[in-house]
Write a protein that binds this ligand. Structure first.
Ligand code: SAH
Length: 466
């Protein structure tokens, strides 16, 4: 009953054509505007634009529409560079100038901190962007599918799992495009079937490529449904011959009915088990399943900011939670007394120890486990920290971890986040626990997309000065 009543209140109906103004962007990059006080989301429209829209869906408090015509353009509107931009869900901001993207990202951080974190007086710097915001990604993950004329390798059409053929992706390294197309051609010629997720049969699921931009090393991962298949030896032989600069060819087995791309088991089919890359003057080994930042140029910018915020003099103990392959840990260890890193993926910790060894860095300790379990144990053992760094996945920090950090009370804390809403939620908890958010720096790790990376400096408030 209530629902019906509310629906009657919406000033629009499905299929109605209206003209309206837009003021904002949603987290998916859709334009947001109000029509007679009712909120509508429309893909392809920018803030400050006026457009003719056909209403496609009417919910209780908001609805959706399809763009028919832009009536007044934003000065920030540009032509998207990519020919498949509209079909692909990968990028959301190619129709917005790069300067506009950077401003938008700062606004997203600011809005989240204010709305969720209730933080209104924090310094939020302008987003640090790239000189050339294209071809920046060092990792591509391309789904395969079968068509009558052979295999296609592409992307999922927006909001679906229908694979659309793609010859190039202009935010990926060109070498990735070449590697994926080469595998597609060879596998097609050898009659290796693509995986069909509806029927749960076939072999080739995804091809993942990694390019170590600073060393030129290349890793190719064939994700397969099952270990053995017809013509596997020939496939390996031809890939190695036709991608002459390959460093590592890996098979990853994933037999689950799942959207998760990589399975747990990886077998090196040819070459090395890892590839090496460098960030600044530190060298890193990267395993197939380890997390490694996808934009190497901006990673350096991000880590340098973290280093600057840490204000290390050489006497500090540092805890690096969610340390991955030890990237931030080793970056900071060069200026700290000791760094303790914790990470949940065992292979990543193996890489982290290896990375410490190959760089001759001895003042580090790494442990496998959940940060929220391991760090309280360290505290029990009497380990103290002057600086704590956290760099959690999108879901943010576990509450238990935040409470441990509050008890630990490091002088400085650095929060690296890829999700402004969980960042804002966690900053609120830390503020309530006695920390102060001093400054916030958005860094554009993912140009052309709505993703924002942020690094924040917090200090523990000093009693008596409040
Ligand atoms: N700091 C690293 C990695 C950040 S990505 C870098 O910059 O490269 C986040 C990492 O957190 C991933 O490696 C993921 O495996 C790890 N992770 C996820 N949940 C975790 C948890 N509960 N405890 C510790 N690590 C976790």
């Amino acid at each position: 009953m209530a629902k019906k009543k509310a629906k009657e209140k919406a000033p629009v109906k499905v299929n109605q054509i209206i003209e309206m103004e837009f003021t904002d962007l949603s987290h998916n990059g859709e334009g947001i505007g109000k029509y007679e006080g009712y909120t509508l989301f429309v893909s392809g429209v920018l803030p400050r634009e006026r457009a003719k829209v056909k209403v496609t869906k009417v919910n209780k408090n908001y609805g959706f529409g399809r763009l028919i015509e832009i009536l007044r353009k934003s000065p920030d509107r540009i032509e998207p560079r990519c020919s498949i931009y509209k079909q692909c869900g990968g990028c959301q901001l190619q129709h917005l100038s790069y300067q506009g993207q950077l401003e938008q990202k700062r606004k997203i951080v600011k809005d989240n901190l204010e709305r969720i974190g209730k933080l209104t007086n924090v310094i939020i710097h302008p987003t640090l962007g790239m000189k050339n915001p294209w071809r920046y990604r060092n990792k591509s993950q391309v789904p395969f599918a079968e068509r009558e004329r052979g295999l296609i390798a592409g992307f999922y059409a927006k909001g679906t799992h229908d694979v659309i053929d793609m010859k190039e992706c202009i935010i990926q390294q060109e070498k990735s495009d070449v590697m994926v197309q080469t595998v597609r051609r060879i596998a097609s010629e050898l009659g290796i079937p693509a995986y069909n997720e509806i029927e749960h049969r076939g072999i080739l699921r995804h091809v993942v490529s990694r390019v170590a931009v600073n060393t030129g090393e290349l890793m190719l991962i064939l994700v397969t449904n099952g270990k053995d298949f017809l013509n596997k030896d020939k496939l390996v032989e031809r890939i190695v011959k036709e991608i002459p600069n390959l460093t590592s060819l890996v098979q990853n087995i994933n037999e689950e009915r799942t959207n998760v791309i990589l399975g747990f088991k990886s077998i090196t089919l040819w070459g090395r088990d890892v590839i090496y890359d460098t960030i600044g003057n530190v060298k890193f080994a990267i395993s197939p399943r380890s997390f490694y930042q996808v934009n190497p140029e901006q990673t350096k910018v991000l880590y340098e900011k973290a280093l600057e915020y840490a204000e290390l003099t050489g006497n500090e103990n540092v805890i690096d939670a969610y340390c991955g392959i030890g990237t931030i840990s080793l970056f900071l260890a060069q200026k700290a007394k000791h760094v303790y890193g914790v990470e949940i993926v065992p292979e990543a910790i193996k890489d982290a120890w290896n990375n410490a060894r190959i760089n001759g860095i001895k003042n580090v300790t790494f442990e496998v486990g959940a940060a929220e379990k391991v760090i309280p144990e360290w505290v029990e053992q009497g380990i103290k920290a002057d600086v704590v760094v956290v760099d959690p996945p999108r879901k943010g920090c576990d509450e238990e971890l935040l409470q441990t950090i509050i008890k630990l009370r490091p002088k400085r804390m650095i929060y690296v986040s890829c999700n402004p809403s969980t960042l804002a939620r966690d900053l609120r908890v830390l503020e309530d626990g006695g920390f102060k958010t001093v400054e916030v720096q958005p860094v554009d790790m993912f140009p052309q997309t709505m993703h924002v990376e942020t690094v924040c400096l917090l200090t523990s408030k000093i009693k008596g000065f409040e």
